[in-house]
Design a protein around this ligand. Structure first.
Ligand code: SF4
Ligand code: SF4
Ligand code: SF4
Ligand code: FES
Length: 958
């Protein structure tokens, strides 16, 4: 069990070096052999000799400013700093001599003379490197007194919601500045002034909250004193124990140490050994966990017959019996397939497995789908067709071996921040960057990074652009012919080669469609094909289109044609939005596939599940989410079990979704809060947060990581237990005592998971599937010697314009995305201090389009499409190109999805969120939909409050 004793992780002082050449030296009489380039400090630490240090830490390059780590080297003059001195063969080093002791004590004396002596009341007491070093060097007195010039009265900056900056405690070690630069890549901090006056400054001398700081917390973690300190630690004190778990926000899947005091989280510290994040985190995972104890959480099961009735609090047994009897009643009245369920990419693999099992075995229908339908289903389809496996090909570490990176339809700095930091580091080392996005995302031009090409593609024309890139590669003879000949299917390649070479696919011909000048397309294609290791990272700006699957296949085509697949530094990498998108797909959440992406019509596969589950499964695929809505409106789909997913806010064409839900007779929502979907529910089953349960998440790298219970579920049950008990109530008992047993069943029935177990996860930290007899320790990089499909298959990517095109009535194209501080529908992050950065969704509009409409910055504007209208505040910016407007969808009252339409991907029905033809006009009041939403929300909140009053009365006996 990775329940760690709470102590600082071992710090070797400077980063490890990967050189193959080894160097042997002597330190304090011991012979030590380390890779070339290693610092003396690290060489000593690896041998168990800890040289005192303050400005050095092994996540950052050495800086050499504190002079505490001085050593003596035979044959050298003076006393060099061991952190900045590389080892040399035959070197003889002494780390402990009377002279060194004196010098170190003198250094510490100077530091302490300008430091408040409030150790006993300092929040870092017991977790302060300055304090530790004072002890290590044996400091007993400060000869200079404390009366001289000092910084003890400097003003504290408390503006960041999560941490404070107390300059009185700063020792100017520069660790925070370097963490912001090297680890995070934001460059928000500097050391202002010189000498005694020097102090850390955020931005241009601003408060933290007003600076470029993105609140990742890397500086706080790096700070050896309480100068930068988490407010939670100031408030709660030091933690007592720590448990390693996995972030429940984005698809990076960062490992964290939950530092605990009893049942209370004191802070979340990124896990140094986390294989996805390597000790780094973003503002969401590190700080935004307060929603788990938010007062809005509903902790008691509730039922009601109609959505106009007040909620009734009931026991778990009553709620589950009521839900089961309603599902059975509906099946009797409308037929077996009149019910279904939706699994969530926010839930664990084990929970998702159980939900799809319940639907298939207890409901005995295949009407199960997942929210991945509306984000990455085209990835599953497109990669399966071309490469043979529905998943990304690399590790995140792999980007450190890339020479050219294409980022397409993704904004990693906001959506996948920890990966963005890694990518930026590689770009600062010299890798080249091609951004394909309608919007000027942060990576296009940020501190020390400038994209070589920004192909500012018109929304909806990705396929035409990628085919034009392929045209250049083929017609300029840039194809990796030996790779293609050896690894790919020749017939499909020849057809594809002929297709892309057609004149109508040339950059010159497609420029008018895509809006991207031909010379930029040619330059980018040449760079990707010839620049060394080329990797593609893409997001929902690729998949959420009517041609999402085609575009995914176009990316795979490019990677195969240039030989950029099957080794470090290359590959096709979907950046998954939510924490367990990959896992929810792997676990058989799609209506046509059993776990492991095996078609439900396959009798052999089906019979394995039938034997294991003791039921006869239906051989026909069930309904996808949009089909469920259609069927509800037609009166043939009347009952829904929805776990951890807010379809009313997240799915397109809100009014259509709401009408479908209003038409159903029993909706069971299992969630933390009374979300938008729960307002239409008849049964509410309180869910548990990631801190309250055991399980696993699978991130964008196919990495399976453990989620560990750090506190008891406040609702009384983990989600897997709730599903199990619902199944029991339906007359299909399931028997598990712990999620590890569910994983054992997953492993038994899913060939790509057959080698996965909790024991192995405990030993290895995490595992990337496939993990089986062929790859017992998992598969970091896929398709190394051959594609999963055998020979890679090229697919024709004919561009078909979206129905969502600008017209006279709707002349602008709306595209949507997310922002760093908020997450998805915002249900979690809106209930944290993250609202300090983003408290409402706004509409970004180009100055020219704003001027044409008489819209000024901050005006309310109506955004109308053929689906509906909403009103947002306008932000005028040239981040978007003329003709394109942009918004986020984190707040329900914004109604971004009132405007999006039911246009969807031809292969998977993934909605075309990224292209909606709209008109924008200046308005002075909310839209009709917003007024109706407010009224409906007021009623639902009143019904919830009435339930709460009943409960209060019961408790107080009045
Ligand atoms: S929190 Fe992150 S972005 Fe902000 S100053 Fe610290 S390291 Fe830089
Ligand atoms: S704020 Fe902390 S990390 Fe930064 S210079 Fe001061 S003591 Fe060092
Ligand atoms: S990058 Fe993603 S997984 Fe990592 S801390 Fe941030 S939200 Fe969590
Ligand atoms: S630790 Fe080496 S100079 Fe500070």
């Amino acid at each position: 069990m990775l329940e760690t004793v709470l102590k600082r992780e071992r710090d070797y002082g400077t980063p490890a070096r990967a050189a193959t050449a080894m160097v042997t030296l002597t330190i304090d009489g011991y012979e030590v052999t380390v890779p070339e380039g290693t610092s003396v400090m690290r060489a000593a630490a690896e041998h168990g000799i800890n040289i005192p240090k303050l400005c050095a830490t092994d996540s950052l390059e050495a800086f050499g400013s504190c002079r505490l780590c001085l050593v003596q080297i035979e044959g050298r003059r003076g006393y060099p700093a061991s952190c900045t001195t590389p080892v040399e063969a035959g070197m003889v080093v002494h780390t402990e001599t009377p002279k060194l002791h004196d010098m170190r004590r003198n250094v510490m004396e100077l530091y302490i003379s300008d430091h408040p002596l409030d150790c006993l009341t300092c929040p870092a007491n017991g977790d302060c490197e300055l304090q530790d070093m004072a002890g290590v060097v044996g400091l007993r007195e400060v000869r200079y007194g404390y009366k001289g010039a000092n910084h003890l009265d400097d003003t504290k900056d408390t503006t960041n919601p999560y941490f404070t900056y107390d300059p009185a405690k700063c020792i100017v070690c520069n660790r925070c500045v370097r963490a912001c630069e090297e680890t995070q890549g934001t460059f928000a901090l500097t050391i202002g002034a010189k000498g005694f006056a020097s102090r850390v400054t955020a931005g241009q001398g601003e408060d933290f909250i007003d600076s470029e700081c993105v609140s990742c917390g890397a500086c706080v973690q790096a700070c050896p004193t309480a100068t930068l300190q988490e407010k939670s630690v100031i408030e709660l004190g030091q933690a007592e124990h720590a448990i390693v778990t996995t972030c429940a926000y984005c698809g990076v899947g960062c490992g964290f140490k939950a530092e605990m005091k009893g049942q209370t989280v004191v802070r979340m510290t990124p896990w140094k050994d986390g294989q996805a994040n390597r000790g780094h985190a973003c503002v969401k995972g590190r700080f935004a966990w307060g929603y788990t104890t938010h007062k809005d959480r509903v902790l008691t099961p509730m039922i009601r017959q109609r959505i106009t009735d007040p909620w009734q609090e009931v026991s778990w047994g009553e709620a589950l019996q009521y839900a089961a009897s309603e599902f059975r009643r509906i099946q009797q009245k409308y037929g077996r397939d009149a019910v279904g369920g939706i699994t969530s990419s926010r839930c664990t693999n084990e929970e998702t497995w159980l939900v799809q099992k319940l639907i298939r075995a207890a409901f005995n229908t295949n009407n199960v789908d997942t929210c991945a339908r509306v984000c990455h289903s085209p990835t599953g389809y497109g990669l399966k067709q071309t490469l043979g496996e529905s998943a990304g090909t690399q590790t995140f570490d792999s980007v450190m071996f890339s020479d050219v990176v294409i980022v397409m339809g993704a904004n990693p700095s906001s959506g996948h921040p920890v990966f963005a930091s890694r990518l930026k580091r590689r770009l600062r080392q010299g890798a080249r960057l091609i951004v394909i996005d309608p919007r000027r995302i942060e990576l296009v031009n940020s501190p020390h990074i400038k994209a070589d090409f920004h192909l500012q593609v018109r929304p909806g024309t990705n396929t035409a652009l990628l085919t034009a890139l392929a045209h250049v590669i083929v017609t300029e003879q840039l194809v990796a012919e030996p790779f293609v000949a050896e690894r790919c299917d020749s017939a499909s390649f020849e057809q594809w080669r002929e297709f892309v070479a057609r004149p109508e696919n040339s950059p010159e011909h497609t420029a008018e469609t895509t809006g991207v000048p031909a010379e930029l397309v040619r330059g980018a294609a040449r760079l990707y094909a010839t620049g060394g290791n080329g990797a593609v990272y893409y997001g929902l700006g690729v998949t959420e289109h009517s041609q999402g699957s085609t575009t995914v296949m176009a990316i795979a085509n490019l990677a195969m044609a240039t030989g950029n697949i099957g080794r470090e530094g290359v590959g096709v990498n979907p950046l998954r939005g939510q924490n367990n998108v990959q896992g929810s797909c792997d676990m058989g959440s799609f209506p046509h596939e059993l776990p492991g992406y095996r078609h439900i019509s396959d009798p052999v596969v089906r019979s394995q599940f039938e034997q294991a589950w003791g039921v006869t499964l239906q051989p026909e695929p069930g309904l996808r989410i949009p089909n469920m809505f259609e069927a509800a409106l037609e009166g043939s789909f009347m009952g829904l079990y929805c776990q951890g997913e807010d379809i009313v806010q997240s799915d397109p064409n809100t009014q259509h979704v709401a009408a479908a839900l209003a038409a159903m007779e029993c909706i069971v929502v299992q969630d933390l809060f009374l979300n938008e979907t729960a307002k239409y529910a008849h049964v509410f089953l309180p869910g548990s947060s990631f801190l309250e349960k055991d399980g696993t998440f699978t991130n964008a790298e196919r990495r399976i990581s453990r989620v560990r219970k750090v506190m008891e579920p406040r609702n009384g049950k983990a989600d897997w237990e709730i599903t199990m008990e619902l199944s029991q109530a339906l007359g299909y008992p399931m028997h598990y005592d712990h999620p590890s047993q569910i994983m054992d069943e997953i492993a038994r029935l899913t060939p790509t998971f057959s080698g996965v177990s909790y024991d192995k996860l405990e030993r290895m930290g995490s595992l990337q599937w496939p993990c089986n007899d062929d790859a017992p320790e998992g598969t970091p990089i896929m398709h190394i010697d051959q594609f999963v499909i055998g020979k890679g298959r090229f697919m024709i990517t004919q561009y078909v314009p979206s129905d969502e095109r600008s017209t006279r009535k709707f002349p602008l194209l709306l595209t949507t995305g997310r922002i760093l501080s908020q997450y998805n529908v915002g249900a979690q992050t809106r209930r944290t201090p993250n609202v300090a950065w983003h408290s409402e969704d706004v509409l970004e509009i180009h100055p020219q389009d704003a001027e044409d409409r008489g819209v000024a910055h901050g005006d309310w504007v109506g955004v109308q499409s053929r689906s509906g209208e909403t009103v947002l505040r306008a932000v005028i910016t040239d981040r978007v190109q003329p003709g394109v407007v942009y918004t986020t969808f984190h707040f329900p009252e914004s109604g971004a999805n009132v405007v999006t339409t039911d246009s969807s991907d031809w292969a998977t029905n993934c909605p075309e969120y990224k292209v909606t033809a709209v008109q924008v006009t200046r308005v002075s009041q909310p839209s009709d939909w917003q007024r109706n939403w407010s009224r409906f929300t007021d009623i639902q909140e009143k019904l919830l409050r009435e339930r709460e009053r009943e409960s209060d009365t019961a408790l107080t006996g009045k």
